[in-house]
Design a protein around this ligand. Structure first.
Ligand code: NAD
Length: 437
């Protein structure tokens, strides 16, 4: 038997720091409060409902994940966060309009107590947004120190044992790494010099990682996925995860595409379009924020189909992704996919998918799982990029020189094998010859 990894117990309270108290964050917080009181079920959450098979199929051992690895209990979670709007979490959840008022009212007092701290915000990085609840500072370094002060105060005020941060803020404009992001020194100098290469999200990420706090990015923008912050994470022992939660259309894409590929059906074209009417949709209506999202959404098929290995099947794939801001639908997104398939002897076929989904309802269990698993990673001494959490993301962060794994089923196997590894259980290969010996 392999040796189990030493994991510190999940004693005491875990603070979950959410940057941006918008639709995703408020749906996560209100959801956890409602579930805690028994008003609803944590559907979609692996940490709350998932099981993991241990040992051989004949052993019949499939305990709940939460009984295998020590995870924080929902009763021990405390939420805090920042936003550019002053609305408390109840008012923000009402604005988001995801959870019905009758359920929100049942947890209203707890939600009203969560008031956002002033944000680090600069409209140059999110053009369609502006709000009053914003920090002022001498430079970006000073703003980072203010975020650290918020974090420390939150920890003391609520007697928290550990913390996790998840960026649930709006998608910032498309950026690529520059020399300012290359080393910790150049990054800290750029903070002092108010370098444009440092968007607001990186200031929060820096603050969290410097404090040794696990950090995840729920959005597609560049934040902790730069060498300077990966290096800082190694020094402070922060686990990192991201980026861009895999919900809605991309979730379905990474479920369907591996199936078509498994049967070696060719794909000539995949046209995806959406209508979305929430604030996220409004921000993504700006071409620079949309570009960040588009890059994230488009890469998945290339990696799943491997056109370099199967040029006849996927070499000429035309992949188009559109997001249309359409206010009447609010958070209830509607996505359409048209897939042009090719079968035996080159005969064409078509597959149409029409998904009427709820964006934040799909996102909230991911935020919860990622927060709990990152806290587990921290207690297990795992720092830096946590590739085993790729399962949750559209653009999984990965080591340089590796390609990201996008196939949802490979990602799930990787996640569960990591849990088995942590507990010193045999990894499952699905070879299964022993049953026939
Ligand atoms: N809902 C999903 O299914 C989903 C999936 C993948 C990614 N995402 C991403 O998650 C993020 C949140 O989505 P949402 O639907 O909650 O959007 P939202 O617009 O409802 O919420 C974002 C919140 O972040 C705040 N904000 C923006 N910049 C900030 C800053 N610098 N500091 C503090 N607060 C800031 C905004 O004021 C807003 O309240 C978006 O980037 C979105 O693209 C969402």
């Amino acid at each position: 038997m392999p040796t189990p990894v030493d994991i510190a117990p999940a004693h005491g309270k875990l603070g979950i720091l959410l940057v941006g108290l918008g639709a995703v964050s408020t749906t996560t917080i209100a959801g956890v409060l409602a579930i805690r009181k028994g008003y609803a079920k944590p559907i979609g959450s692996l940490t709350q409902m998932g099981t993991v098979r241990l040992g051989k199929r004949t052993e019949g051992r499939s305990p709940k994940i939460s009984d295998v690895v020590p995870l924080s209990d929902l009763d021990d979670l405390v939420f805090g966060g920042w936003d550019i709007f002053e609305d408390d979490c109840y008012a923000a959840a009402r604005t988001a309009g995801v959870i019905e008022p009758s359920l929100l009212d049942r947890v209203r007092p707890e939600l009203e107590k969560i008031r956002p701290w002033p944000a680090v915000f600069d409209q140059r990085y999110v053009k369609r947004l502006d709000g009053p609840n914003v920090k002022k500072g001498k430079n970006k370094r000073d703003l980072a120190e203010q975020v650290i002060a918020d974090i420390r105060k939150f920890k003391t005020d609520h007697k928290l044992d550990r913390l996790v941060m998840v960026w649930c803020g709006s998608t910032e404009i498309f950026m690529t790494p520059t020399p300012a992001h290359a080393t910790l020194d150049s990054f800290e100098r750029a903070l002092e010099e108010n370098d444009l290469a440092i968007p607001s999200s990186m200031i929060y990420a820096y603050a969290a990682i410097r404090e040794g706090i696990p950090y995840a990015n729920a959005a597609p923008n560049l934040t902790a996925d730069i060498p300077a912050l990966v290096d800082l994470a190694a020094r402070t022992g922060s686990p990192l995860a991201g980026k861009d939660l895999k919900t809605g259309q991309t979730l379905i894409k990474t479920i369907v595409a591996p199936g078509l590929k498994a049967r070696l059906l060719g794909v000539d074209g995949w046209y995806s379009t959406n209508i979305l009417g929430n604030r996220d949709g409004e921000v993504l209506d700006d071409p620079e924020s949309f570009k960040t999202k588009e890059e994230s959404k488009k890469s998945v098929l290339d990696y799943i189909f491997q056109p370099q290995l199967y040029p006849e099947l996927y070499g000429n794939l035309c992949h188009v992704v559109r997001i249309n801001y359409y206010p009447p639908r609010g958070d209830n997104k509607e996505g359409w996919d048209n897939i042009d398939l090719v079968g035996w002897l080159g005969y064409p076929m078509q597959l149409k998918i029409n998904f009427l989904c709820r964006d934040s309802i799909l996102a909230a269990p991911i935020v919860l799982d990622v927060a709990l698993f990152l806290d587990l990673a921290k207690r297990a001494g795992m720092h830096g990029i946590q590739e085993w959490l790729s399962f949750y993301f559209k653009s999984p962060v990965h080591a340089p020189g590796l390609y990201p794994e996008h196939d949802l089923f490979i990602q799930l196997m990787k996640l569960k094998n990591t849990l088995r590894y942590l507990k010193g259980e045999e990894l499952i290969t699905h070879l299964g010859r022993e049953y026939y010996d």
